[in-house]
Design a protein around this ligand. Structure first.
Ligand code: GAL
Length: 669
């Protein structure tokens, strides 16, 4: 029976990763004092503490964690307690060196960083379940336990392994998928390059080899690798469900990231959480974070948590530019705007040792006087004022298709028409264009369900199954609008090109056939001519045939005069990569045509509404470096100042406005 497990914290969450094991106990007292001052109400605890909790096999030292949990609880701070299985202790690795991961060239990676384990290692699985059970039994009843934090960022430092144990598990996975070796050979196109296997035992993971590998084998290996991490997660979740059925479980995502299929992970956790590190040096990074946040709120259609973010600089880019105080605030508010119920940071106190010495923290090396702590005080107070937002949700009327199989298949490192076309870049660009047009976009899996949305954005769906194409087609037949981007409908689930070529089973919906892909050389541009307008094309074009109506055409170049964007009933097909202005124009027309209120001019103001049906909370986030004038609903109240708003308000560069107003129809746009 499914049970609803939610986070028992009043108001919005504010806090961070807390690593007290790195500090003498007297510092802990200062920690809780400062946490109280800043309004911290939740900390992620013990994420990388296995070697401290179990310094030798079955010799546990829980005393320090007992004391920390009690101390935090006594100060009104709850714990997002890790099961501590993100990284193995040295003794485990030395006793079982075979559990160390092996890369594609056969090099076994040494202990010395984190997440040094093979996801398919039986020893690793057994030990994570053992520690998780121990943690659940010891702390399951602790009143300070708010949530379980399982592992950490599955797929971050390590998402796949090529060792013999992985090879073995891969073969078992293939047996389950294909049942017979003949079926595998058919799916993998094994007649090409003399690869017909006669036994599953002959198959290895796609290791470094002489030339290009088999794309079907690679795709299956990526699926398998994601499943292995999901298996590790599920094994711990099972223990926690059994021993602590009322405690919610999370594992932190990393935006929409390629390592693992997050749709599947989300289905097994209670609370979706995300780690987001937008680069302040990148002008587009605010939009990029919003792309990830849109996924988080859509993954379970409920509020989620920003479990990690940077108060200022990170330590892992080549150049780690700090965040201004305004940018930190904007980043936090952007997450809240996107349906997030709390903001947490990596980490609470800036480390003195280890690789993260120069990563910013809520309390900098200078302690209480540090800018990041002073900002933490202010932000904590502001988030407290936003408590009424807790539990409210964002309602979007447009959805974007996100599909990991398709992403994996289209990002193979070899033998595609162009290595430059990236699904993630295209999807981010489409999402940014919608944001600039004032349209909120949810994310959906390729097989739906799509009900409740008036329009579907499919920036690229290289791999599409018959069932997915049927679902998308049925959606359009029942009145939905569909915009499909280039290089879609190319391969089936085995990574084989659909009979007749692209767009495969989307052909009937789109009314086009792709005669040839026509990628552009590096630096080359084409022209997308649309009525009186012309926009720049880069990276990709397609030579289209078919009955669909041409809405725009290529001008000049090898495809001169041929359709660039087409329309067939309620579906449009965009066969090229457009610059930002072109994308905004295409989306504006498409979304307006779908009946959505769309801005006439793209604006760097991101507007999102959260609602509980009674009150609408609308955010205006200014991503620009100049002030912007926005129309505000008369009578709305500024949540942060308590002032009543007039019909227009000026929002300073990098600032945010949050207004509460009695709900009206159409919230979310
Ligand atoms: C995350 C990780 C944290 C910390 C952080 C630094 O990927 O989960 O443990 O390392 O990065 O930015």
């Amino acid at each position: 029976m499914s049970k609803s497990r939610s986070l028992d914290i009043a108001g919005l969450v504010f806090g961070g990763d807390y690593n007290p094991e790195q500090w003498p106990e007297e510092v802990w007292l200062d920690d809780v004092r400062l946490m109280n001052a800043a309004g911290v109400n939740l900390v992620s605890l013990g994420v990388f503490s296995w070697s401290k909790l179990e310094p030798a096999p079955e010799r546990f030292d829980f005393g320090w964690l007992d004391r920390v949990l009690d101390l935090l609880y006594a100060h009104g701070i709850k714990a997002d307690l890790a099961t501590a299985t993100a990284s193995p202790p040295p003794w485990l690795v030395r006793a079982h060196p075979e559990m160390l991961p092996v890369d594609a060239s056969g090099v076994r990676l040494e202990f010395g960083s984190r997440q040094t384990y093979c996801p398919s290692s039986p020893v690793w699985r057994e030990n994570t379940v053992r520690l998780c059970t121990k943690m659940a039994k010891r702390y399951g009843e602790h009143p300070g336990l708010a949530m379980w934090h399982v592992s950490n960022e599955y797929g971050d430092e390590l998402s796949r392994c090529w060792c013999p144990a992985s090879a073995n598990a891969f073969r078992q996975w293939l047996r389950r998928r294909y049942l017979t070796i003949d079926a595998l050979n058919a799916a993998w196109g094994a007649t090409v390059w003399s690869q017909i296997y006669t036994d599953f035992g002959q198959i290895e993971p796609p290791r470094a080899t002489t030339g290009p590998g088999n794309p079907a084998q690679r795709l299956d290996f990526l699926r398998f690798s994601s499943d292995e991490l999901l298996g590790l997660f599920s094994a711990e979740v099972e223990v926690l469900r059994e021993l602590t059925p009322d405690v919610p479980v999370t594992t932190n995502f990393m935006g929409i990231s390629p390592g693992t299929n997050y749709w599947q992970f989300a289905g097994r956790e209670d609370i979706v959480s995300d780690d987001a590190y937008p680069d302040p040096a990148d002008a587009d990074s605010g939009y990029g974070a919003g792309f990830g946040y849109s996924f988080m709120r859509s993954a379970k259609h409920q509020p989620w948590l920003l479990l990690e973010s940077a108060p200022s600089a990170v330590n892992w880019r080549d150049v780690n530019v700090p965040k201004t105080s305004a940018r930190r605030r904007l980043d936090a508010m952007a997450a809240i705007a996107h349906g997030c119920d709390g903001v947490m940071y990596f980490q609470w106190r800036q480390a003195r040792q280890g690789p993260e010495r120069f990563h910013s923290a809520m309390v900098g090396h200078r302690g209480e006087a540090s800018r990041t702590f002073q900002d933490s005080l202010r932000l904590g107070a502001e988030l407290a004022a936003l408590a009424p937002l807790k539990g409210t949700t964002v309602r979007a009327r447009v959805a974007m298709v996100v599909d990991w199989d398709s992403w994996w298949a289209s990002s193979a490192p070899e033998c595609l028409p162009s290595q430059r076309l990236s699904w993630a870049e295209q999807a981010r660009a489409w999402h940014k264009a919608a944001t600039m047009l004032g349209v909120t976009v949810d994310m959906v899996p390729a097989e739906g369900p799509f009900d409740g949305y008036v329009a579907l954005l499919i920036p690229g769906l290289f791999l599409v199954t018959k069932a997915q194409a049927d679902a998308i087609t049925a959606y359009a037949e029942s009145g939905g609008r569909v915009l499909v981007g280039c290089f879609s409908g190319v391969v089936d689930e085995t990574n084989s090109v659909h009979n007749g070529g692209a767009p495969g089973p989307l052909r009937q919906l789109l009314g086009v056939e792709v005669d040839e892909f026509w990628p552009l050389a590096d630096g080359e541009t084409g022209v997308f001519k649309w009525g009186a307008d012309a926009f720049a094309v880069s990276l990709w074009q397609e030579a289209l045939e078919g009955d669909a109506r041409g809405l725009s055409h290529y001008e000049g170049g090898p495809l001169d005069g041929r359709p660039a964007m087409t329309e067939n009933g309620r579906a449009r097909y965009l066969s090229c990569v457009l610059d930002d202005a072109g994308l905004v124009a295409v989306l504006r027309e498409f979304l307006a045509d779908a009946g959505l209120p769309v801005r006439q001019t793209a604006s760097p103001i991101e507007r999102i509404t959260r609602t509980d049906g009674q009150t609408d909370y609308t955010f205006w986030l200014n991503h620009a470096e100049a002030p912007q004038l926005v129309e505000t609903p008369a009578g709305a109240v500024d949540m942060l100042t308590g002032q009543c708003l007039g019909p227009t308000t000026t929002i300073a560069a990098g600032d945010v406005l949050i207004a509460a107003k009695h709900s009206e129809e159409g919230a979310g746009q």
